[in-house]
Design a protein around this ligand. Structure first.
Ligand code: FAD
Ligand code: SF4
Ligand code: SF4
Length: 405
């Protein structure tokens, strides 16, 4: 990708565009993921930037990485353009991080090394740990204050509005896929000399209200949950404010109650592995307890270089065969089957022992979500399903038998 210049190929839309007022209808309407673009003057570019109005994966990948993904390469089909994949743990994990804190450590090192002037990241509301507060962090402390997921829709791009006059010319943006799609689309119009993008994989996000419904249905003590994650052992791990842990097998979820809990944006999203980021740090392609890193381009490698000596790394691995489990899951989800707890525990134990691991677990999760989302779109937005489902997702979905829309 050519370096950014101070030249503005398109004039900034200062005078023409005003951020949308709270309460006004966002252009993507029900499908809006509240990415924050429309709360900034870059709302002027919404028609060609919003992930829910126009999908432009191939162009985005070509601009960001120099080429689009090779659909005939099984790893690229699933995980996007990459030059390297590995698994890792921070040797000295960051207390309170979502996993071991690789993302926060990269943010800290990017500031300390002078690589960037600021890090776009998401702190939390002082009154509510799950309400996201996007910021342009200027110090390591401010980056660390953003550690741990806020598992709710976050208007990250809102803070683009603060760039002008801030003195920030080099930025590291930490963001999920829909935010990155919009960011990449306006990248050349931003008042920046350099932009690095550190992506998180993302799926099944919820509004703050949706999170309440989810926790009420899944946890024994919803009000004390401070952290949770769907992990590679097929269980949801909850941590409570008193430090205690609670786990629930995926198969024990109250599927009928949760069918409508995820945001419509996320039920129509196919950017699980964050196609446009330079570097992606998640967990689902790694064995239990480790993080999974995808380096998409040389800029991503430069980000990883900031912390690589602090990591305990290992190659990616893959075991098992996901396909039958995915097909059974499609049917069970569609019929909203809810297993009794004892059976859910039993199925969980068996799947944990013989189920997919490493990259195959990643493919299991991608297949399960892409098939569910394709079906949801065909049922709720049949007129847009064809153009909205990207080619790589269509190829994956075609491998399974879906119920009639
Ligand atoms: P930390 O060092 O704790 O840093 C977390 C970073 O996340 C912070 O910099 C913060 O700015 C950012 N952040 C927090 N909340 C949000 C938000 N709502 N939107 C944007 N940025 C945010 N990984 C997978 O492999 N599979 C998944 O299915 C998956 N789902 C996810 C869903 C959501 C909503 C989110 C936010 C992340 C998800 N991840 C997923 C990523 C994973 O959970 C970890 O965030 C990632 O591995 C980094 O861990 P860490 O310990 O290095 O992060
Ligand atoms: Fe605007 Fe973002 Fe919503 Fe699209 S998803 S309408 S760009 S705020
Ligand atoms: Fe955005 Fe997709 Fe994550 Fe929803 S699941 S917040 S649409 S990246």
């Amino acid at each position: 990708m050519p370096p950014l210049t101070t030249a503005q190929p398109t004039p900034l839309p200062h005078e023409r565009a005003r951020p949308l007022r709270p309460g006004s209808t966002y252009p993507a309407r029900d499908l809006c993921s509240q990415c924050g673009l429309c709360d900034s003057r870059w709302v002027a570019y919404v028609r060609r930037s919003c992930a829910f109005l126009e999908q432009r994966f191939e162009a985005m990948e070509a601009e960001a990485h120099g080429r689009s993904r090779d659909l005939d390469d099984e790893n690229e089909l699933y995980f996007g353009v990459h030059q390297r994949m590995l698994t890792a743990r921070l040797q000295q994990p960051i207390t309170g991080a979502q996993w071991t804190g690789i993302v926060s450590r990269i943010g800290v090192r990017a500031l300390e090394s002078g690589m960037v002037d600021a890090v776009l990241c998401v702190q939390q509301d002082p009154e509510d740990r799950f309400t996201p507060v996007p910021v342009l962090a200027r110090t390591p402390e401010e980056v660390l204050a953003a550690r741990v997921n806020k598992p709710t829709l976050s208007p990250n791009l809102r803070v683009l509005e603060q760039l002008e006059g801030s003195g920030i010319r080099r930025l590291l943006a930490i963001a999920v896929g829909c935010q990155v799609q919009a960011l990449r689309a306006v990248q050349q119009t931003l008042p920046l000399d350099n932009l690095y993008v550190l992506g998180l994989p993302c799926v099944d996000n919820v509004s703050r209200e949706g999170l309440r419904t989810f926790l009420n249905s899944a946890s024994r003590s919803p009000d004390t949950v401070v952290h949770y994650e769907f992990m590679q052992d097929f269980r949801i791990h909850f941590r409570h404010s008193d430090g205690s842990e609670e786990t629930l097998p995926f198969f024990g979820l109250d599927t009928p109650a949760l069918k409508d809990v995820f945001a419509p944006s996320c039920l129509s999203c196919f950017d699980y592995t964050n196609a446009g980021a330079d570097l992606v740090v998640g967990y689902m392609g790694a064995e239990f307890g480790r993080q999974w890193i995808t380096v998409r381009n040389p800029r991503g490698q430069r980000l990883l270089d900031l912390v690589e000596t602090e990591l305990d790394t290992a190659p990616v691995s893959s075991r098992g065969d996901r396909r039958a489990a995915v097909q059974q899951g499609i049917e069970a989800y569609d019929k909203a089957v809810r297993l009794p707890r004892w059976l859910a525990e039993l199925v969980g134990l068996v799947v944990q022992r013989i189920g997919p691991k490493g990259l195959e677990y990643g493919r299991f999760s991608i297949d399960s979500h892409f098939t569910r989302n394709a079906l949801w779109l065909r049922r709720h937005y049949p007129e847009m399903a064809q153009r909205h489902i990207p080619a790589f997702a269509r190829r994956i979905v075609e491998r399974y038998k879906l119920p009639t829309p």
